[in-house]
Design a protein around this ligand. Sequence first.
Ligand SMILES: C[C@@]1(CC(=O)O)C2=NC(=C\c3[nH]c(c(CCC(=O)O)c3CC(=O)O)Cc3[nH]c(c(CC(=O)O)c3CCC(=O)O)/C=C3\N/C(=C\2)[C@@H](CCC(=O)O)[C@]3(C)CC(=O)O)/[C@H]1CCC(=O)O
Ligand SMILES: NC(=O)c1ccc[n+]([C@@H]2O[C@H](COP(=O)([O-])OP(=O)(O)OC[C@H]3O[C@@H](n4cnc5c(N)ncnc54)[C@H](O)[C@@H]3O)[C@@H](O)[C@H]2O)c1
Length: 216
Amino acid sequence: MDRYTPIFVNTSGKKCCVVGGGRVAERKIKGLLHAEAQITVISPELTPVLKQLHHESRIQWIDRSYRNGDLRGAFLVYAATDRSEVNSTVVRDAEAAGILVNNAMSSEHSSFITPSVVRRGRLSIAISTAGAGPAAAAEIRATLERQFGDEYETYLEFLHQMRTEVKSRVSSSSLRSTLLRQLTEMHILEDIRTGHFRWWTEEEIGDWISRNQEEV
Ligand SMILES: C[C@@]1(CC(=O)O)C2=NC(=C\c3[nH]c(c(CCC(=O)O)c3CC(=O)O)Cc3[nH]c(c(CC(=O)O)c3CCC(=O)O)/C=C3\N/C(=C\2)[C@@H](CCC(=O)O)[C@]3(C)CC(=O)O)/[C@H]1CCC(=O)O
Ligand SMILES: NC(=O)c1ccc[n+]([C@@H]2O[C@H](COP(=O)([O-])OP(=O)(O)OC[C@H]3O[C@@H](n4cnc5c(N)ncnc54)[C@H](O)[C@@H]3O)[C@@H](O)[C@H]2O)c1
């Protein structure tokens, strides 16, 4: 048993504040950008990459040390400075305002922690060691990245397309789940890996659904 509940939070368009502009802040910000968050970084200094992102207007920059009030309207907060007293103040202010907060210096003083993530299009595999060994989490990520290659991006895109079609064309939920289960048994991944996969046309999808509906 551990104290964390794994969830995937929708941060699209949500204001997320990152206090600190160093290497660790940069890593958190890259993850947030991937998830379409609206990012404000509060720090007197930024890494060259963060400066460039600010220059491109992809993140907002409050160019000074953290002050009480900076977290107003935030959905998530990351305390990622190299000063533990500043990070603790940020955690206290966020918690007082009811905002979930990550302290890059301490899992015990965080309301959430950041997992290591394997990304393959729609597939995300998040790994946490509950703070015991972040470097081990990164190592496990590297192992999984070798196991789950780029073929998963196409595979998940295909499953998404099929799922959307099945949902719009089949009204019975038990039939829908039977059809969707059949999809995962069709060696699509193997076809993608060996270069034999091609996208189905709308007509082919329709035919496959009717054919399999009859067989059930
Ligand atoms: C996974 C990843 C995600 C990310 O940050 O995006 C992540 N840390 C990563 C790397 C990493 N972190 C550290 C090193 C140096 C080696 C070492 O010390 O081991 C490396 C390796 C490197 O940098 O290459 C040092 C470190 N990390 C924390 C502390 C403080 C403490 O332990 O109390 C210290 C000591 C600082 C010091 O000594 O001053 C704390 C946290 N780090 C977490 C996440 C959370 C727990 C995740 C989990 O459940 O395991 C947690 C609790 C809070 C949080 O940040 O959310 C990312 C890998 C991304 C990837 O490559 O895939
Ligand atoms: N969670 C993780 O993954 C992880 C990994 C390695 C290290 N760490 C911890 O995170 C800390 C930060 O690491 P780093 O490599 O990014 O450090 P860093 O020195 O590169 O960056 C620190 C940043 O904090 C800013 N800062 C300092 N005081 C501030 C204030 N009052 N208000 C706003 N910003 C302020 C600095 O301007 C700088 O941009 C480390 O000290 C370490 O304890 C965490």
